[in-house]
Write a protein that binds this ligand. Sequence first.
Ligand SMILES: Nc1nc2c(c(=O)[nH]1)N[C@H]1C(S)=C(S)[C@@H](COP(=O)(O)OP(=O)(O)OC[C@H]3O[C@@H](n4cnc5c(=O)[nH]c(N)nc54)[C@H](O)[C@@H]3O)O[C@H]1N2
Ligand SMILES: Nc1nc2c(c(=O)[nH]1)N[C@H]1C(S)=C(S)[C@@H](COP(=O)(O)OP(=O)(O)OC[C@H]3O[C@@H](n4cnc5c(=O)[nH]c(N)nc54)[C@H](O)[C@@H]3O)O[C@H]1N2
Ligand SMILES: [Mo]
Length: 702
Amino acid sequence: MNITPPPVPDAPARTPDAPPRQVRGACPHDCPDTCALLTTVENGVAIKVQGNPAHPQTGGVLCNKVSRYTERTYHPERLLVPLKRVGPKGSGQFEPVSWEAALDDIATRLASIAQRNPEAIAPYSYAGTMGLVQCESMAARFFHRLGASLLERTICSAAGGEGMTQTLGGKVGMRVEFFAESRLILIWGSNSVGSNLHFWRYAQQARRNGARLVCIDPRRSETADKCDEHIALLPGTDAALALALMHELITHDWLDHDYLARHTVGWEALRARALQWSPARAAAVCGVPAEQIEALGRDYGQCFVSRQPAAIRLNYGMQRVRGGGNATRAVACLPALIGAWRHRAGGVLLSTSGLFPVDKAALQRPDLLAGRNPRTLNMITVGDDLLRESSASFGPKIEALIVYNSNPVAVAPDSGKVTRGFAREDLFTVVLEHFQTDTADHADYLLPATTQLEHWDVHSAYGHTDVLLNRPAIAPLGQARSNARIFRELAARMGFTEPCFADSDETLCRAAFGGKIDFQTLLDQGFATLDLPDAPFAAGGFPTPSGKCEFFSARLAAQGLDGLPDQLANHEPAAASAEFPLAMISPPARNFLNSTFVNVKSLRDMEGEPVLEMHPRDAAARGIASGAIVRVFNRRGAYRVKAEVSSRARPGVVNGMGIWWRKMGLNGTNVNELTSQHLTDLGRGPVFYDCLVQVRPDPPIA
Ligand SMILES: Nc1nc2c(c(=O)[nH]1)N[C@H]1C(S)=C(S)[C@@H](COP(=O)(O)OP(=O)(O)OC[C@H]3O[C@@H](n4cnc5c(=O)[nH]c(N)nc54)[C@H](O)[C@@H]3O)O[C@H]1N2
Ligand SMILES: Nc1nc2c(c(=O)[nH]1)N[C@H]1C(S)=C(S)[C@@H](COP(=O)(O)OP(=O)(O)OC[C@H]3O[C@@H](n4cnc5c(=O)[nH]c(N)nc54)[C@H](O)[C@@H]3O)O[C@H]1N2
Ligand SMILES: [Mo]
């Protein structure tokens, strides 16, 4: 077979024997920190990846994972040539093919499906890279022009995002650097030490200046270990806790009445709702002592009394339950009660992504839909959707799936169904990847994609307020091509002649902010800071329809929903079932990023093997010793895993640490074998942490 390496227009030429140089880039991963990288390149080879010390948010520090980036980039199992399936579907057996042959055949197959009904073709992607170009630019143009099904990209943050939007008006909030000046920091649903290291540095700074840190998390995480206090509430009970805190603020009159009157909507109604949530009532729901809730209310209220800044670092861990949207709303209301927004070091931060002036329309060109209105599929229900036949309500059966920047077979819920769907012999599946993941095993064509060291991109962030540019440091390895290039070439073969299908990756980078960010600054220093006020809502001015913090959301009420935040029971409430009495959460493992890095040996060695943390009481009741192999199961499936008996788990809750590749698990499954495809109250998000299970020794004790 003759595989000629194609020209590489978007990458620098190989320069043998050039002196070592440093190339400025951006970490592409789905993490709030979006670090600025410096890659040292010698003879065309990246030998080291460091944090850029010139970028204040990165401060020259990288996490364990990305400081090992060369190990991932030059991994012996990197996909370097296009592959075509030769074995049965899902067997992971492939043979190399040329790019020409692969792209020609894919275009022919897609064109033939599109001729019947383009909606039978579905994209599936998420945030393997967060880059605005390699994530959704040329790919979106391609699918819009084709008229393929649209995808609701909901698998991570949809409920929290909607909760923020309905309360504060968008994914907006405090600037992360000012947490260093806060006096009280509530770290709520976030294992910051593992997942938001650069925020944690600011929190440490605050602590050195006398701040108190409180962690609100069912799991005694690495972050909880290091905080002054840990409130180990039951999963899905955060709204009850927030409402009880309001109850305490109201009954002690620790309220900024002036701020409430000027800058909020629906105070009287929220007040009445919160007064129904005494600490005793919330304590029963949350499974924590009422005194702990009262004490937290007092700490928060005292910040008002002493005019000190109180800050809340929310993260997405608390919104992966049925009531995740309402819980986010309840917490987002809190700062307004005490006027915390008056301080630059007060308020709440879930995500900063809404602050960036991204020109999505320029990148994604929804105008290419040309008046068509294809159906939208929710990425969470891919398991059910792949198994559906054509129907009036669903539309056409899915005949082709193009996956990029995601590993759904490992990360989507209810993976027994996801796997069955991907195993359909009649489904035509194309996967763009770096590695042969669980999803890649199911491809008909597996196309090698470039990594961040090999392509151009530009990044907004969700945990700080800087734009970053990523320049390619090295030429693509093997025959890898950037996502944008692959879709550009598919577009050409499909006969899409609009000029936008000729845009290079660098042109796309320049278009991403529609001229609102100076590209020269990005070229010169690698990052540019948004021009924002220090205390965005000190004098109100929320980007809501009313311009105020909306305790009561008229928009929600107009949809027939509760206009006020409330505590909603989980789909699978703890202790509601004698058969499956344990609540399971499955938070990220510190040394993986979702399912990325699971195949990097040095990182996998740090994680050891898939574990289920169990409280000693729950383990003893089942005759389970630490280190024993257990079977975790419910009606959806079963997962074999090593038990770790530990006070990291609270009674009644087990922690199935995520997200392993299925094929690296003990019986070829992972924790998502057990999670459900239910959706959240707002935003149609996932409920990974709203899941009841039973655990038994495996093999069972006689
Ligand atoms: N090292 C590492 N970093 C990551 C990731 C990773 O996989 N590994 N994932 C990235 C991604 S995709 C995202 S979205 C971001 C944010 O990712 P998040 O998932 O928010 O990440 P964490 O902060 O690790 O975890 C959330 C915490 O929420 C807790 N939790 C679970 N259920 C509840 C609940 O009902 N209430 C409360 N209060 N807490 C709960 C969990 O025990 C966990 O400690 O982080 C990113 N950063
Ligand atoms: N049980 C449980 N499940 C969860 C979660 C949980 O906490 N518990 N968390 C959920 C959350 S918050 C999220 S965000 C999702 C994450 O789900 P995904 O977004 O699917 O994340 P990853 O598992 O990291 O997979 C990303 C894949 O993209 C590939 N990739 C990276 N860069 C590129 C590129 O430039 N081109 C191409 N073609 N591929 C690339 C990587 O190799 C990797 O295999 O998982 C969700 N699933
Ligand atoms: Mo996520």
